[in-house]
Design a protein around this ligand. Sequence first.
Ligand code: AMP
Ligand code: GLY
Length: 424
Amino acid sequence: MDILVIGGGGREHAIIKMLKASPSVGRLYAAPGNGGIASEAECTGIAATDMEGIKRFVKETKVDFAAVIPDDPLALGMVDMLEEMGIPCFGPNRAAAIIEGSKAFSKRLMEKYDIPTAKCRIFDSYADALGYVESQKPPMVIKADGLALGKGVIIAFTEAEAKAALKSMMLDGKFGASGNTVVIEEFLTGPEVSVLALTDGNDVFLLPSSMDHKRALDGDLGKNTGGMGAIAPNPYFTDEMKKRCMDEIILPTIAAMKAEGRTFRGCLYFGLMLTADGPKVIEYNCRFGDPETQAVLPLVEADLASVMRLISLGKLAEADIRVKNAYSCCVVLASGGYPDAYEKGKTISIGEMEEDTTVFHAGTKLTDGGYITSGGRVIGVTAVRESLAEAVKAAYRGADRIHFEGMYRRSDIGKRALETRGES
Ligand code: AMP
Ligand code: GLY
């Protein structure tokens, strides 16, 4: 089976490495791919959102299957386009991808089907939103409706911050059309869990739970980023909590999407907060998380190509997926300045890694002179070990062997999880 993977980040590198190990996989192509992916697959250089470019590529090159990974092409209907061309795909169609593409949609879905989430109001009018903010007690959470690279969420601790957020989204167009509608939510507290659920719209398989570290700096300070590191499994997601989330959130969501005529096939990401009132949905993503995937997939034993194919056929129940009894930690190395402006083109040196430590490339490019940086999150180093404490130490030993000018990373990935386990 010749496969085209759409995307080019660390998550896609982890997926492509696993696909490459699948006995059923022939040629592997990536659009666009990155410096590290270039060692495993043919990088086409076609942007993930270039619908015409991808259409042309699959007309010229035989591809038996496509895995559409990032949110943007999913929201644009890449799966619909490829399926119309007769190419089966892993990933939700446009109608189902809306679960991430519109927060207003997902909030209304949760309300209709009684799925626990933060209370909220949705506004299209700036004047109404402003009036509501003035009537509420902070803190409150203000979210742009559409996709905003994980940056369209502002936690306002004062009325002035809330008003500034509304102005930037609704009047100044900071997130473009994504900010025309805003969702204003109650502020929840509690540990967060990321759950990646493989589903064909009926059956579901939960991959190991994980914990992202979204803020740029140690101690969960600094700006929100795409994610600076992850550990798996998440110690807060006990068997009891897992059962509760399955019954109250995960199965009802999958059934709700089906009932709405938006059957979801692919990886549905549940961003959950375990509040004193029980687990609640903070966000849905219509795709694998990044960097969660780089922590989660190394704990999974399966023929990923076959699993993806079975999901596209609605036959997930036939898939053979096993989870290792081990722990993982992924530490992200970022360009100085990220998530704001940063420089590109810095030479990257990568030393030798221990066994069971893997380097996943994100924003890198392979040149004649070796790897150079080409993005904000540059590399993730994942270690799989028998205990979480060992996984964290090993991931940092690996990260210590990678250098580029301006590189920064958090030094406390896994710290909170270890404290929960009493292992720090
Ligand atoms: P999102 O992009 O929706 O995942 O939001 C980014 C981050 O903002 C989440 O991971 C949470 O840490 C935080 N957040 C989002 N919604 C809420 C909420 N209602 N209460 C507290 N924190 C939130
Ligand atoms: N790491 C969070 C996300 O992928 O959205």
